[in-house]
Design a protein around this ligand. Structure first.
Ligand code: UD1
Length: 421
């Protein structure tokens, strides 16, 4: 990409990756056809589709062609799904672990490969495991697989050490078919949790407190398939918003939900941007060089860790100095080495980054290390002088549908090239 052009215009945001993948896993809880709309056309959805196919489901994905990069997925779930997931697939994507809860709840057993995913930290599974054990499952780890058995799950009280998104989701999906009442305390409150619980409720589950720290689930005997629409992706929306501010542009992010991005939008206002929540989305505009703002990542409603690389990139071209603190994933500053290659002045000390803003960055070849780092580096390339090449962009494909096309639609000079071989 060639830096120097302001992002201007409209961009449509489809459903959230981090919700759609769990909604697809939740389909396993009911035999029959579940239909999910606004599912992003990204690699991780293709991987989850394949995980479900190997479990015996028929999965079909169709793009909708409305410019947002989303589509409709239909999942036909058999009466008796297979309970063993494919090692190679699961290793490629951590979210595959979210089939564990539904499979144990519905089939009484599951064998799920230990997942892979982004290289952003140790990302343990202890809370998934101990929560399922409290519900009555027996779990052992053998030959790279977690093997769970539970002839019967029984409702219980679970206190999470940390409001883990994935553990909260897995435990809710297990509890909906357990006998009796489950109370999950210190639960995650992300909009994607609320979205999953809404779909489960539409399927017939009895869930109270989604979006608060205490979720109560009354188990039911069975659930029914539904048609459901995924919540808009607040991380993709936040990426466009930060891009607009960094490039001093003016972007209407269609379908963005301001309440899901309140802290991030507040930070952009502090940086000097004009932020307007409108009925169909959020408009973000910037005329001058942004000011540095301090940022601390925290579970929702705090500033999302998934927007931290973009926040560092933004600070790198702002006036002043920003202290960025990462509290969720310890490996998340790894991409900073690449940002420094573009001339950014960033110093890391443990989980803090001190960023001294520069007028401009300077183009260089850089390497994406994970989805969000890749997106942050692309935004940095848009404010670098000269031509920046971001390699390993397949990482970005895991989270952003039509990233390059959407950026081009906003006026960026950017293209995707395949390397020979
Ligand atoms: C999800 C999102 C990811 C986002 C993260 C935090 C998906 C597919 N991914 O990841 O994009 O950055 O939420 O908002 O939805 N942890 C444990 N033990 C556990 C579970 C988690 O130690 O049993 C730790 C993790 O290592 C991490 C922290 O808790 O340091 C947060 O993890 P969690 O909220 O579970 O994130 P994910 O669900 O993996």
């Amino acid at each position: 990409m060639t830096g120097g052009t302001a992002l201007t215009g409209r961009v449509r945001v489809t459903g959230a990756k981090n919700s759609a993948l769990k909604l697809m896993a939740a389909a396993l809880l009911a035999p029959g056809r579940t239909t999910i709309d606004e599912v992003p056309d990204i690699l991780d959805v293709a991987i989850m589709s394949e995980v479900l196919r190997r479990l015996g489901c028929d999965v079909d994905y169709r793009r909708t062609g409305d410019g947002g990069g989303g589509g409709r997925v239909t999942i036909d779930v058999p009466e008796a799904p297979s309970t063993e997931t494919d090692y190679d697939l699961v290793r490629r994507m951590r979210a595959s672990i979210s089939v564990l809860g539904p499979l144990v709840a519905r089939c009484g057993s599951a064998k799920v490969a230990l997942p892979g995913g982004d290289a952003i930290g140790s990302r343990g599974l202890d809370m998934h495991i101990s929560g399922l054990e409290r519900l009555g499952a027996t779990i052992v780890s053998e030959h790279g697989f977690l093997v769970a058995t539970a002839p019967r799950l029984v409702g219980t009280s679970i206190w999470l050490d940390f409001p883990s998104v994935g553990a909260t989701e897995n435990l809710v999906m297990a509890a909906v078919l357990a006998s009796g009442t489950t109370v999950i305390d210190n639960a995650a409150r992300e909009p994607e949790i609320v979205d999953l619980c809404s779909m489960l409720r539409a399927m017939g589950a009895l869930i109270d407190g989604a979006g608060t720290s205490t979720i109560t689930v009354e188990g039911v005997g069975s659930l029914s398939p539904v048609t459901y629409t995924t919540v808009p992706d607040r991380i993709v929306a936040g990426t466009w918003a930060i891009g607009a501010v960094m490039t001093r542009g003016d972007v209407l992010v269609e379908r963005a939900v301001a309440e899901h991005m309140a802290v991030a939008l507040d930070k952009l206002t502090d940086a000097g941007a004009t932020v307007e929540a409108q009925p169909g989305g959020v408009r973000v505009a910037m005329t001058e060089r942004p000011r540095c703002v301090d940022i601390v990542t925290l579970p929702f409603p705090g500033f999302p860790t998934d927007l931290q690389p973009m926040a560092v990139a933004l600070a790198a071209v702002s006036t002043g100095t920003a202290l960025i603190t990462e509290n969720v994933f310890e490996g998340r500053f790894m991409f900073v080495n690449e940002l420094v290659r573009l001339g950014a002045d960033v110093r890391i000390d443990g989980h803090h980054a001190v960023v001294r803003g520069r007028e401009k960055l300077s183009s260089a070849p850089v390497v994406a290390t994970d989805i969000r780092a890749g997106a942050g580096l692309v935004l940095a390339g848009l404010v670098s002088d000269g031509v920046t090449e971001v390699q390993e962009v397949h990482h970005v494909d895991r989270g952003y549908p039509d990233f390059v096309e959407q950026l081009r639609g906003l006026g960026a000079t950017i293209e995707r090239t395949e390397r020979p071989g």
